[in-house]
Design a binder for this molecule. Structure first.
Ligand SMILES: Cc1ncc(COP(=O)(O)O)c(C=O)c1O
Length: 389
């Protein structure tokens, strides 16, 4: 059982508004903010290098936290400023050649898909989109049929930006593993919402962000690269941190995933991300998943009873990202009216997941993403508001 009163006491701003936008950028818990303020004060007092010299152990503990959070080794973690930067580092570092095939799903995130188009133009890779099954999940049978010697990478968005779909990431990992194909998993909307274990996912690379369900600061994310896969994934760009300049005409790639980082980064934000990961693990990812699922189920049940609402989620066991439309009311209007009523919702646009949006002819959708700090009363309050809007 979660101690909701304590959790809400740690999130004072949850009292100001009904905050249902954790899939966008969630509310940071007070311990995360405190850690960042303290470190910022230290940098202000000592200068950044001296501050790090004093606090190196605590700053670097974030690698251990990230590794524990996803069942990896600290040497397999690289910190980045976003999930997109992490995904790009992995994708653009793949040694593609003309004619290589990349398989992806219909829920792939916009930033990822434009990068696929970019490398198709520059390198001549071929993009093949695996169709979805009747529930809207990536069709595993179709995926199996599409495997060929030309397939170099499978990239999958586990939970998309535009709704409740949870793709069968583990089953895809098994297929990739059985065929010896590299597997890049976008876990951006999964991390902090449910347990993540790279061993059972069998992904070679995983990208994640800090500010969404993890409740960390903006401008943070990380990349996991399986250590056995690292020799095949030379970073697409380097500096003298990722690859120390050891002789006049020679550099050496750093051991471990820090070869994907650069010298400079935001240590205040990293401290915050580390604290956010520790906070989530302190609560427990299984408990978080159960609470998120229960709140989302309550919302979906209420929407089902609302004649003006159309639910837009896909998948057999949807996540805590609830997408819907209200008859005759544009999503932007619903979200703006909700904001006036003190309810924070998101809007997801077709351009974020264009393949899915075109296939289902989706307009902009209202997106409500409850987190464990929300209450049943808040969900009911949203439903009341939607009845009136
Ligand atoms: C599925 C998915 N992948 C990737 C991203 C990109 O994350 P970031 O903005 O941290 O780069 C998002 C952001 O909404 C997302 O929903």
């Amino acid at each position: 059982m979660l101690d909701i009163a304590r959790i809400r006491a740690d999130t004072p701003s949850a009292q100001d508004n009904v905050f249902l936008a954790s899939a966008g950028s969630s509310l940071m818990p007070a311990p995360v903010v405190r850690v960042m303020r303290d470190y910022l004060d230290l940098e202000a007092a000592l200068g950044g290098y001296e501050a790090y010299g004093r606090e190196q152990r605590r700053v670097d503990a974030a690698y251990d936290s990230a590794a524990r959070l996803i069942g990896a080794h600290p040497q397999e973690i690289a910190f980045m400023e976003s999930a997109t930067a992490a995904w790009q580092m992995a994708f653009y570092s793949m040694p593609f050649k003309e004619g290589d095939v990349v398989l992806t799903g219909e829920a792939e995130y916009g930033a990822n898909f434009v990068a696929l188009l970019h490398l198709r133009r520059r390198t001549g890779i071929e993009i093949q989109v695996v169709p979805s099954d009747e529930a809207g999940e990536i069709d595993l049978e179709a995926l199996r049929r599409m495997i060929s010697p030309r397939v170099r990478l499978i990239c999958l968005t586990w939970i998309p930006t535009n709704g409740g779909l949870v793709n069968p990431a583990e089953e895809v990992g098994k297929i990739a593993h059985d065929h010896g194909i590299a597997y890049l998993l976008d876990a951006c909307q999964a991390l902090g919402q449910l347990p993540v274990d790279v061993q059972s996912l069998r992904c070679d690379m995983l990208s994640a962000t800090g500010r969404k369900f993890l409740r960390g600061p903006r401008g943070t994310g990380f990349l996991y690269v399986r250590s056995g896969f690292m020799p095949q994934l030379e970073p697409h760009t380097i500096d003298h941190f990722s690859a120390p300049w050891v002789e006049r005409n020679r550099y050496e790639l750093r051991d471990g995933a820090r070869r994907y980082e650069t010298w400079e980064s935001n240590y205040v934000a990293r401290m915050g991300l580390g604290a956010a990961m520790d906070y989530a693990m302190g609560i427990g990812l299984t408990a978080i998943q159960e609470r998120c699922a229960a709140l989302a189920a309550r919302l979906r049940a209420g929407l089902q009873d609302l004649p003006t609402a159309a639910m837009r989620d896909l998948g057999r066991k949807p996540s805590a990202i609830v997408s819907f439309t209200i008859d005759g009311k544009p999503a932007e209007h619903v979200a703006a009216q909700a904001a006036k009523a003190g309810i924070v919702l998101g809007v997801t646009l077709p351009s974020g997941t264009r393949l899915d949006a075109e296939r289902r002819d989706l307009p902009p959708l209202v997106r409500a993403s409850p987190h464990y700090f929300n209450t049943e009363q808040e969900i009911d309050g949203l439903l009341d508001f939607l009845r009136r809007v």
